[in-house]
Structures are given as structure tokens and as C-alpha cells.
Design a protein around this ligand. Sequence first.
Ligand code: PEP
Ligand code: MN
Length: 363
Amino acid sequence: MAHELDIIPGTEWGCFTLPRPMCIAGPCSAESEEQVMETARGLAAFGIHVFRAGIWKPRTHPGSFEGVGTPGLKWMRRVKQELGMWTCTEVASEKHVLECIKYGVDMVWIGARTSANPFLMQEIADALEGTDMPVLVKNPVNPDIDLWIGALERLNRAGLRRLGVIHRGFSTSAPIPYRNDPGWRLAIQIRTRYPQMAFFADPSHMGGSRDYLLELSQQAMDLGLDGLMVESHCNPACALSDAKQQLVPADLKTLLESLIIREKSSESEAYREGIEALRARIDVIDENLLRLLADRNEVSRKIGLYKKQHNVAILQAGRWEALLADVVASGVALGLSEDAIRAIMTAIHDESVRVQNEVLRKE
Ligand code: PEP
Ligand code: MN
């Protein structure tokens, strides 16, 4: 299935004056009226137009700070009235949506724990039906692209067209420096499928520390994503949630100014000629790869026949492990990444097993 989405691009929502990076910023959580107003003033001072703050916080352990709840929505309303910013918060239930509508919140986002849950996504989509609120959907905690797209489809079917995504990385048990695995591969897949859809990266939750904000933000820009959602707090050391990853508004300004924003494309003749020549070379290489794979399949078929004549099982684990180790070593010597070679060789081997199975089945 195509899973088409009917979407209005972020540049037409009316809140992002600069096309790139579109920036949403504000504290992890709204904690007090003073903290909300001081942070929002600091951000508005250098042109941030969309203010985020968590009102209801999804926390791993009960008893952690779970957000101030509805009273915080009055502070958000003040931000909107006094500073002219758009306001944005996380919703995870029908009740949250109804409260946001009541208090005039301009935009909502769906958190990673909620986008992973189709029941909650449907409840939220139903509650938003009839509004034209922009909704940003964070990726689900696990790297499941269909779950992510399914969440967007539910909103789209409820008539919401101002849809965007926020990539905040995936939970992982792998020992990485970041809080979440950036898993940019999935982000690129979504980007390729829905190029019109506003696409934000959330370097704060991805990195889990101020130290990684710049490198992750730059990576997001290098991939051509539209914007960033960054946590900013007037006094991060005292933050009630995510203290290590928030930065004061002035430091966010510095960060944004130091980003290198690359053009999506270039109109220049020299660029066009250069890129076309390189792409033509890639096309030839891909064509050759396909021919080699077809040749390889032919040999696999012969091996299958041979094994059948001698009544030998298809999978020869020892041979496969030895082959993989050799190929990985050669590939690494050629400057290829070990992960990539493993993934490619595993796919090639799967195809070979499929071909041999086919031969065996044809009794
Ligand atoms: C947040 O943005 O405050 C948040 C809780 O993020 P996530 O859903 O990505 O964990
Ligand atoms: Mn947070």
C-alpha cells in the first residue's frame, strides 16, 4: 500500500518565518509562571516564534515530576498574548487535547511513547478532528517506520493536514554516547517518502546532553531536515526534568548561528554538470552490481542443484561464517564499514538461500 498523506508543508503554517532551520524551543517542562515567561522572553528576543513546554510529562518512574498540568496552560496563554509566540505542548490523551483546545494552544506534539500506541493515536486523532491544529509526531521509541507512518495516517484521516514529524532517535541498549540511537536511516526513509512534510530533529532528547547538541543539530541540517526542536530553560541547573540537556536561550542563539545551512540544491550550471556526471557514474556502477548479483544467483542455482543431487542441506553454517569473515576483512581493507558489509552480505546470502530453496522445491 502507498500510504499517501495529504499534507500542508510547514512553511505554509504561518509560524515559521525563516524557512530553515525552523526552530521550536522552550523548556522540557513548564515549571512555574516565572520560568515559562523568562525563558519565552529570552527566546522571543532572537526571533524564536514557536514556544514548547511540557505540561503533562511521561516519566519512567512514578513520583518523578509529572508536569504541572492544566494551570500551566494559562502560562502558555500568557506567552502567546504577551510575546506573540505560537505555543506547543505534548498531548497523550483525549483529555489533554480538549484542555489544549480550551486554552488556545496553537500546536501539539505526540511523544515517542504515545506514537508507539495505535489506541492512543486513534483517541487523539478523534479528539483533534474538526480543528486544523498543526500536529508534530515524534518517532515511536522503537525503530518501526510503519508505526510512525500509521500514527500520521490516523491524524490525516481525521482531517488534519498540517502534519510534521520530529525525529528524536530510538531507544537502544547498545553502548553509545547519546541517550538515543540517532538512526538517521529511518529519518531519511520518511524524508524520501514524504518530502513535503515538515521535518524536525530533536537533538536534546537524541543526545541527552548539552555536549551533543551542536553535532546532532549540524547532522540534521546536513541531511536537509527543515528544523529543530530544542529544549531551552532559563536556569537549566534547576530544571525539574532533563536538566543536563537544556541550555539557556542565549546559548541556543549561539548554537543556531554557528550551524552551517546547506542549500537543498544549486541552480548553477557548473554544479549541475558536475553532479550529473557523478550520478551517471553511480548509475553505471549500480547497473554492474545488478548484473553481478544476477550472475551470482545463477551460480547459487547450480550449487542448489548440486546439493540436491548429493542430498546435502542448503545451509552450511561453517561455510557461511567463514565466507562472511573473509568478505568483511576484505571490505574493511577497502575502506568499507563493517556494519554495511555485514548487512549487504547477509541480504545477498538470504537471496542465495531463497534461490537454492526454489531449486529444492522443484522435485
Ligand atoms: C519531550 O519532548 O519533552 C519528550 C518527553 O520527548 P520524547 O517523547 O521524545 O521522549
Ligand atoms: Mn525533555
